[in-house]
Design a protein around this ligand. Structure first.
Ligand SMILES: NCC(=O)CCC(=O)O
Ligand SMILES: [Mg+2]
Length: 346
């Protein structure tokens, strides 16, 4: 018996490690890089990435988003160049979000239906110049309302059915502009079925729907509101339409409903703090499942990295690998370009 074992015995343990593990030593396969690679269960590739980008008015113009270091808003022409860069890197899809000027916002968010709003102009331009990249558009009303809510606000209430009508008009305008996937993030009841019906009756059978099926009433969206210019506007909170962060069964019911109404893909949002929901939805429905690593998650990693408290690049890669392990088919992440560049370097 070697010295270490005799020390275990002396310390009071009666059995040797081999007796305790019955010879099943799980470290055996971790001993070398080659064997670790051989047993690796999840992998992150460029095919897993969806890149959300922010838009603003202007020409040849970009401006930093203060609350999201490294993230910029781009004018339409510059957004096209960004789409080109993403396509070259092999990123499958891009998701544009607009910071609309205040003059275009109203109580009903009606500018979402305008064919010449920022999203629709950008979609048309990218489709024309970078046709090989997929475009995913959000049909929620928050970038277009003066109160910052995703729906229409009447007497302090977000009215569901009227909001759905507006969301549908927005979705149709986006499909008309050339969007490949409509991804409504508003959480109104019935909007997936209504969008599907409207798309089909208007000749857009091939436009898919990625439902933000389980969007939680989270504090992790803070920096995004800076990015689209709604942080000072929001009256109250979004708890009457987003899911309570305490609930998991309710998330299953939301996903079930959206799939029954015709969603092709489902999304969980936020991401990292909600990986249990991803795993549950993937196991229950076996559908294409995505997660949104939201602005607060991004900015926390950036801030800790900038302070030297964590290794930013390694945490970025690990966080995204965790989404894959949880069952995601893809991730919306502001890190998409950085990750794609890193993966390309090897
Ligand atoms: N509809 C898109 C978002 O709400 C994004 C939220 C975030 O990144 O915090
Ligand atoms: Mg729902």
């Amino acid at each position: 018996m070697n010295k270490a074992f005799s020390q275990i015995r002396q310390s009071g343990a009666n059995r040797s490690v081999d007796e305790i593990t019955q010879g099943r030593r799980l470290r055996r396969l971790r001993k070398a890089d080659w064997s670790r690679r051989l047993v690796q269960e999840s992998r992150l590739t460029v095919d897993d990435l969806i890149w959300p980008i922010f838009l603003c008015e202007g020409e040849n113009h970009s401006e930093p988003v203060d609350a999201m270091p490294g993230v910029e808003r781009y004018s339409v022409d510059m957004a096209v160049r960004q789409a080109e860069k993403a396509a070259k890197l092999g990123i499958p899809a891009i998701a544009p979000f607009p910071r609309e000027n205040m003059e275009f916002r109203d109580v009903n968010g009606s500018y979402i239906a305008n064919p010449d709003n920022l999203i629709n102009r950008t979609v048309r331009a990218i489709k024309k110049e970078v046709p090989q990249i997929g475009i995913i558009t959000d049909a929620a009303l928050d970038p277009f309302t003066i109160h910052g809510h995703d729906g229409i606000l009447r007497d302090g209430v977000i009215v569901n059915d009227e909001s759905v009508e507006m969301v549908v008009l927005g979705a149709l305008a986006q499909a008309e502009a050339g969007a490949d996937i409509i991804a409504p993030s508003d959480m109104m009841d019935g909007r997936i079925g209504a969008i599907r019906e409207a798309l089909d009756t208007n000749g857009f059978q091939d436009v898919a729907i990625m439902s933000y099926a389980t969007k939680f009433a989270s504090a992790f969206y803070g920096p995004y509101r800076d990015a689209i210019g709604t942080s000072g506007l929001l009256q109250g909170d979004k708890k009457t339409y987003y899911i309570d962060p305490a609930n998991s069964d309710e998330a299953v019911r939301e996903a079930e409903q959206d799939l029954a109404e015709g969603a092709d893909m489902i999304m969980v949002k936020p991401g990292l703090p909600y990986l249990d929901i991803v795993r549950r939805l993937k196991d229950v429905f076996a559908m294409p499942t995505y997660a949104y690593q939201v602005s607060g998650e991004y900015s926390m990693i950036k801030a800790a990295g900038a302070n030297g408290w964590i290794d930013e690049e390694r945490v970025m890669m690990e966080s995204l690998l965790a989404f894959k392990r949880a069952g995601c088919d893809g991730i919306l992440t502001y890190f998409a370009v950085e990750v794609a560049e890193k993966l390309a370097r090897g």
